[in-house]
Write a new protein. Sequence first.
Lengths: 274, 697
Amino acid sequence: MNLPDDFVFSQTSLQDYVDCARRFELRYLLRQRWPAPEVDDMLEFEARMDKGEQFHHLVHQHLAGIDGEVLLPRIGDEDVRRWFDVYLKSGLDGVPEMRRPETTITTVLNDTMLLAKFDLLAVKPGGRALIVDWKTSERMPSTERLAQRLQTIVYRYVLAASGEAFYGGQPIPPEQIEMVYWYADHEGATQRFPYDAAQYATDTAYLAGLIEEIASRPNFPLTPDVNRCRFCPYRSLCDRGVQAGRLDEWDDGADEIDLTAFTLDIDQIAEIEY
Amino acid sequence: MHLIKKQQEIANANFTSRLFVEGMAGTGKTTAAIERIKSLIKEGAAADSILVMTPQATLALPYRTALRRSRVKTAADVQMETLGSLAFHTVDLFWPLLAQDLGFKDRPHFLTLEMVQYYMTRLVEPEIRRQDYFNSVHISRNRLYTQIVDNLNKAALIGFPHDEIGERLKSAWLGDVEQAYIYDDAQASANLFREMCREYNMLDFSLQVDLFVNHLWKLKPVRAYLTAKYRHLIVDNVEEDTPATHDLLREWLPLCESAAILYDKEAGFRRFLGADPKNALLLKAVCDVTIDLDRGRVMSPDVEAFQVAIAPHLGEKDGQARPKDGNPRGAIVYPQDTRYQPQMIDWAVNHIASLVHDQGVSPREIVVLSAFMPDALRFSLQSRLDERNVPNRTHRPSRALREEPAARALLTLAKLAHPDWGMKPSKFDVTYALTASIGELDLVRARLLTDTLYRDGRLLPFERISEAQMQSRVTFELGARYERLRSWLDTYITTTSLPLDAFFSKLFGEVLSQPNFGFHKQFDAANAAANLIDSARQFRQTVGKIEPDVPAAPEYISMVDAGVIANLYVRDWQADKQDAVLIAPAYTFLLYNQPIDYQFWLNIGSTGWGQRLYQPLTQPYVMSRQWTLGDKWTDALEVVANQEVLYRVIAGLIRRCRKGIYLGYSEYGEQGMEQRGPLLMAVQNMLRRLTREEQHV
């Protein structure tokens, strides 16, 4: 076992592993920072991240009970205002009433923790359980591509495996679970992924196998697909190139942006000299 | 997990009650609370409805680690917050509800401490200079600003208007009039900073707390949101928390399904940050059940006997019974005839090496403590431990990022790449930057390159070295690397203009971290670069929103050079993973709150043990809810307070020790002065008394 005993897997770390084992090792096992650019146009990339964060925050505020009419006039960015307007019109259509924004669930698989952080979890005890993921990307990936993404696999699996606290203490039947990607930049278009027991069994085996493989492997090789390295900050560490890839070639519909990468460290207050 | 009966009452029962759990450090309160969380989840509580609240984030680490390791489904989802983080998240979420009343037009700008220091320098310092404030105070500007901010924080945490800071301090002061002027200046500076925050829509820690506890928490929808989200409260080290937290809990406790409030007796180490143990005790009245844990689970009988034996010599009147099977002498080791500090350090290092190499003690089970940990002492310890192959790590409250070689190199290269800033780096800095940037380039060759090719703030091409002999001294290989760096900078100057953080990132990725360059596969350098980039990005993003006309990049560089920015603690996020001897100031270890097998106390003759820090702009006892307005702070009170602090610190340390304490002492301290501090006196008095008792027997 080469994992620390408090290690927690997530869809992002598993996706990293599937994309490149070495990247997984560097980022999650060695926790090595490597601050090279991921794309050529860093500022545009940051602006997109910022807009995405603003939109997610607005939806969180709305789901926490603040009226949309209070929020809408305070939005400075045109794109974000348009997205939020679309959300107010149709974002919650068909979403069960018991809504829990920004909810994290962790399960245990193969004696290892596996975490999913949902933008929105809406569960009707005894009825449907809906996972909603807000997307602000310009592109919509194909259904086939999304179905293979670890996010789709991990989110539905974790809810089926450990969602009982939200379902009256009973496990949520996989058939009641659905994952929805909601696209703000496409007038609220959705891609939907229902679930069932057969898929749950398949996912269980797949994820367990993946975790077992990671835990037992003696080394973590570089991906053979050098094309991926263009958008990986570790490219210089791995001698896989100099320039970052072009932003317009970056697949923003599939690649996840970690919106929590630069959070405010409020607890600095206790760390200073007086 | 074996729990005693009283721990089981916490862990496995009272799931609909509010418990007040008190006991000394090391009696198993946190262990029981962790088991309670697991039980709550097994009973059907949603893990994210359980909130663990601690005075500072490090105190939640035992929960985070234990819950992750527990393999209880969803246990890792338990939420951990401090008052500060809860205030930040709540204000960030609900600020639109205050927009009309408090005049917020946009999402507020949340200031980190680094940004507070910056805005103090930028907005308040000109006024301080104009008015000649603090002309008799001789401490660094950063420490001065920290204390102004500390006063604002205390006002928010204790619950009095920020414009009463000066009067409160003055009313307790008995000495000369000069100090009263200093308090007036502190008040004026605090007022000015607060006005600036309002004007620029900035929220420092004090304003976040104020908005949270005095405004948002009073709003029905916000209170309903928080009390519905968090149904079960676990509050640890409540004695280290502030009245603002206690007030919040007093109103929250009746609304939650269950709670466990854990109170450490004889603690309150964060008093200088507003901790108020007496106020915390008032929460007992809002709880249904009180559980007193009185059986120590950490100290060996000998260590416990030492704690009991030394207590009366530290002014503690309540005599505890010494454990029958414990011998205080069995817990301590001390040197004979050490006159100078280096001898004491050698003595300590020899014992540590013996513990690790001869007795198989894990390095993580050893801590080296001192009242303060000056750089010289830390360096001596580290280098000697390195010589003996003993892994070690330090934890200091702050470390200057700009002192990291990789960060310094990046800052110099930024100046070279932006001649329009007019900040020509010195030859020394350029030499240093070339050495750090180009793989295998030594100082001599770097100096040669600088002397020959650095002209008027620019690097000239390698081919401009006319003498073949000099080129070969540098070597063509290194010359080619120099040329690649230089031409990259040249191309940047003529074609590109990026924000500073993006410049750093591009330079790091395209040159410095490439093969044959100084950062290639250098993980420490990459971490330093990443920290600098974070700092520069945060600066740009904040300043860019607040004052878009300020040129962020040269402003950032100026502030770094002035020691304002990049001067704060750099979190070493891997440090806690290492199996290494910890070197830390005593307070830091106490607030880490983890028991350990062996402790080494150094310089026990120092007067620093139990003495409060020099803080001319503030006063932790007067800035407290326990202080009666109109009372005077006398020398007698100072003596009593210091004695109480010393007792609590020493008792706190001993209660976090399992097996043994090494008391490092030298007749003369670091400055060559004879050491006769109160801790040394207490130890000597205790030993004399033990000798008398032994002779009697």
